[in-house]
Design a protein around this ligand. Structure first.
Ligand SMILES: *[C@@H]1O[C@H](CO)[C@@H](O)[C@H](O)[C@H]1NC(C)=O
Ligand SMILES: *[C@@H]1O[C@H](CO)[C@@H](O)[C@H](O)[C@H]1NC(C)=O
Ligand SMILES: *[C@@H]1O[C@H](CO)[C@@H](O)[C@H](O)[C@H]1NC(C)=O
Length: 540
C-alpha cells in the first residue's frame, strides 16, 4: 500500500483499529531494513522514508486517542465519547455562590463528590448545566447554601467588586519583589539526563491528589510497576529546585494561571494542580467546570489554576471541550478573538498546540471571509501552523501586559508507538516499557515534526517583540520517557479499560498521554523554576 492509500484508508474506516497501522508500520520497517541490508539506499533516505511511515500511521492513533474529552471530575467520574452529545448522567446540581473569578455574575451549579457517586436517580438540571456555561464543581466545595444565600453572596461580591474597581482606579502601583530562586535564565533546562531518585520522587502520591482524573491514574487502573514515577530531571548546567507548593502559591496569591491548548496541556494542568494543592488544606480547594474552562480554586490564596480547551489556539470546529472530532477538524487560521477574550488579565499563560495537527499531512483551513466550514482549503501542515502561530503571537504581542503577565509555550510532547525505533523489536507500542532510555545518544526517530518545533521556537521570538514568550523545550527529554505513558492503564470513551482491552495493547495502548505523577510534573517544574527565578511583580 503506498503512502497516499494508507493515509486515505486510515482516515476513512472508522472501525479500522490501530492494529492496521501497526501492520503497515511493520511493512515499512521491513522495507527499511531490507533497503539498509541491500545497501541500495543511504541510511538517511531510509530514515526519511521511515519517518514518513511513522507520521502516516500516526493518523489512526491520534484520531482515536486525542478523542477523550474533558473527563468530568476526579478518577470516579466518567468522560463521554467525544462525537456524541453527553447523556444525562443523572447528577444532582445544587446552586451555590460563585467566587469572583470571572466577569459573569451567574450563580454556579455545584456537584458534590458524594452525590456524584450516588446511583443515578436524582435527575435534575444536568442537561441544562451541560449546555450552559455554568460551573459544575467536583471536590470539596467550601460551602453549600440555598438560593437566597446565593443571591445575597452575589450581591455582596458585586459590591466588593465595585469597591475593588474604585481602589484600582485610585492607586495602581507596581511593586517588584526579589526572586525566590536564582536559576539563571541562560541555563538550558532542556539539556540534561534522567536520574533515578526514589528518595524525593514522586513529588506527590497518586492516591493523595483528589483532582486526578482516571485518564491518568495508572496505578489505580492496574499498572504494577511504579518506577516511572521516580525519575528526577537533572539539567546539565544547573539544578532545578524541588517544587515548593507553599512558595508557589504565595507567588500566585490573588493571581490566575491558565493552561491553554489540547489534552496534553490538560494533562500538564492536572499535574500542576496536584503539585500546587499540597499548599491548601482540605475544604479550601476545589475544581469547577465553566464552559471552555476547568478551574482549580485555591480558596485561601484567592488564586486559580485553569485549563482552557483550544486545541489549535485559534478558532476551529473542534472547540467544544466535549463534542469534537479530530478527523473532521477545520481551523480559522486568523481568528483567535473568541478564545483570547478569556485569556485577558491572566497572570501566567501556558500554551501548547501540536498533536491535533498530526493526523494528516494537510490542514483544512477556512477561507478568509468564509461563511461556513465547508468553505475551506487544504493547506500544507507547516504553513498552516506558521499562520496560526503568527496569529497567536501577534495577539500576545498586542494584548498582553509584559509587566504583569508571563507567557510560556510548551514544545511538542512526543509519542512512543514504534518500539523498533528504540531497539525493542518485541515491544508493542509503549506497552510494557518500564524504563526510560538512559543510554541513548543522538536523535530518536519517533516521528516528531521538528519543523513545527523550530517554527514555534522562532515565531515566539519574531512575532512578539514587545512581550517575551518563554519557549520551553520538553521534547527531547520526554522522548527518553517511553515508560511514562498511560498505555492500557487509562480510559477509553470514559471507561477504564477492562482486562480484555488491557491484554490488547496493540489496539488500546495510549502512548500519547502521560501517567501522573510522572513526566508532566517535570515540565511544570521547569515552569516553576522560571517563574520563581524571576522577580515577583505585584500590581497593587
Ligand atoms: C530506592 O531504591 C533502592 C534501589 O532500588 C532500594 O534499595 C531502596 O530501598 C529504595 N528506597 C525507597 C525509599 O524506596
Ligand atoms: C482575587 O484575585 C483576583 C484575580 O484573580 C483579583 O482581581 C482580586 O482583587 C483578588 N481579591 C482579593 C480580595 O485579593
Ligand atoms: C529559525 O531560526 C533559526 C536561527 O535564526 C534559523 O536557522 C532557522 O532556519 C529558523 N527556522 C524556521 C523554521 O524558521
Amino acid at each position: 500500500m503506498n503512502l497516499a492509500e494508507r493515509r486515505k484508508s486510515s482516515l476513512a474506516g472508522a472501525g479500522a483499529g490501530a492494529g492496521g497501522g501497526a501492520a503497515a508500520f511493520g511493512g515499512a520497517k521491513q522495507a527499511v531494513t531490507s533497503l539498509r541490508k541491500g545497501g541500495r539506499l543511504p541510511v538517511y533516505v531510509a530514515g526519511v522514508f521511515f519517518v514518513l511511515c511513522v507520521i502516516v500511521m500516526y493518523g489512526e492513533d491520534i484520531r482515536s486517542l486525542t478523542l477523550e474529552p474533558l473527563a468530568r471530575g476526579p478518577a470516579t467520574a466518567g468522560a463521554t465519547p467525544s462525537t456524541t452529545v453527553p447523556g444525562n448522567r443523572g447528577r444532582r446540581v445544587v446552586v451555590v455562590p460563585r467566587r469572583d473569578i470571572s466577569s459573569s455574575e451567574k450563580p454556579a451549579a455545584v456537584l458534590h463528590r458524594s452525590e456524584q457517586e450516588k446511583p443515578k436517580h436524582a435527575v435534575t438540571t444536568t442537561a441544562q448545566a451541560e449546555s450552559t456555561p455554568e460551573a459544575v464543581v467536583v471536590g470539596t466545595p467550601p460551602q453549600t447554601t440555598t438560593e437566597a444565600d446565593a443571591a445575597e453572596a452575589a450581591a455582596k461580591s458585586r459590591k466588593q467588586k465595585k469597591a475593588k474597581k474604585k481602589k484600582q482606579r485610585a492607586a495602581k502601583k507596581t511593586v517588584v519583589l526579589p526572586s525566590a530562586l536564582s536559576v539563571p535564565e541562560t541555563c538550558d533546562l532542556s539539556k540534561g539526563r534522567w536520574v533515578f531518585d526514589n528518595a524525593s520522587y514522586p513529588l506527590y502520591r497518586e492516591e493523595e491528589c483528589e483532582f486526578l482524573t482516571s485518564q491518568v491514574t495508572c496505578m489505580k487502573n492496574g499498572r504494577r510497576d511504579d518506577t516511572y514515577q521516580k525519575w528526577r530531571w537533572q539539567p546539565k548546567d544547573c539544578t532545578m529546585p524541588r517544587f515548593d507548593a507553599k512558595l508557589f502559591m504565595e507567588r500566585l496569591r490573588g493571581k490566575r494561571m491558565m493552561f491553554v491548548g489540547d489534552s496534553l496541556n490538560r494533562n500538564q494542568w492536572e499535574s500542576m494542580v496536584c503539585l500546587a494543592q499540597a499548599a491548601s488544606p482540605p475544604g479550601k480547594k476545589y475544581v469547577s467546570w465553566e464552559g471552555q474552562r476547568i478551574v482549580y480554586h485555591a480558596w485561601t490564596f484567592n488564586a486559580t489554576i485553569e485549563f482552557y480547551w483550544a486545541p489549535f489556539l485559534v478558532e476551529s470546529n473542534s472547540d467544544d471541550p466535549k463534542i469534537h472530532s479530530i478527523q473532521h477538524r477545520i481551523i480559522k487560521a486568523d481568528a483567535i478573538g473568541s478564545h483570547a477574550e478569556h485569556w485577558r488579565g491572566v497572570d501566567y499563560l501556558v500554551f501548547n498546540t501540536y498533536i491535533w495537527w498530526m493526523n494528516t499531512l494537510n490542514m483544512k483551513v477556512m477561507r478568509p471571509g468564509g461563511q461556513s466550514w465547508e468553505e475551506h482549503d487544504e493547506v500544507v501542515r507547516i504553513e498552516a501552523y506558521r499562520k496560526v502561530l503568527t496569529t497567536w503571537a501577534n495577539w500576545v504581542n498586542d494584548n498582553v501586559d509584559p509587566a504583569r503577565t508571563s507567557v510560556f509555550f510548551m514544545s511538542m510532547s512526543p509519542l512512543h508507538i514504534s518500539p523498533q525505533v528504540w531497539g525493542n523489536p518485541d515491544g508493542i507500542r509503549c506497552a510494557k516499557e518500564t524504563m526510560p532510555l538512559l543510554k541513548w545518544h543522538g536523535p530518536l526517530w519517533l516521528g516528531m515534526d521538528w519543523d513545527m518545533f523550530h517554527e514555534a521556537k522562532n515565531v515566539s521570538r519574531k512575532e512578539s517583540p514587545r512581550v517575551p514568550i518563554t519557549f520551553l523545550d520538553i521534547t527531547t527529554m520526554s522522548e527518553r520517557r517511553k515508560d511514562g505513558h498511560t498505555s492500557v492503564y487509562t480510559i477509553r470513551q470514559g471507561k477504564v479499560l477492562g482486562p480484555e482491552e488491557q491484554a490488547d495493547p496493540g489496539t488500546y495502548a495510549d502512548c500519547i498521554h502521560w501517567c501522573l505523577p510522572g513526566v508532566p510534573d517535570i515540565w511544570n517544574l521547569m515552569i516553576y523554576t522560571r517563574i520563581m527565578s524571576r522577580p515577583a511583580v505585584q500590581v497593587e
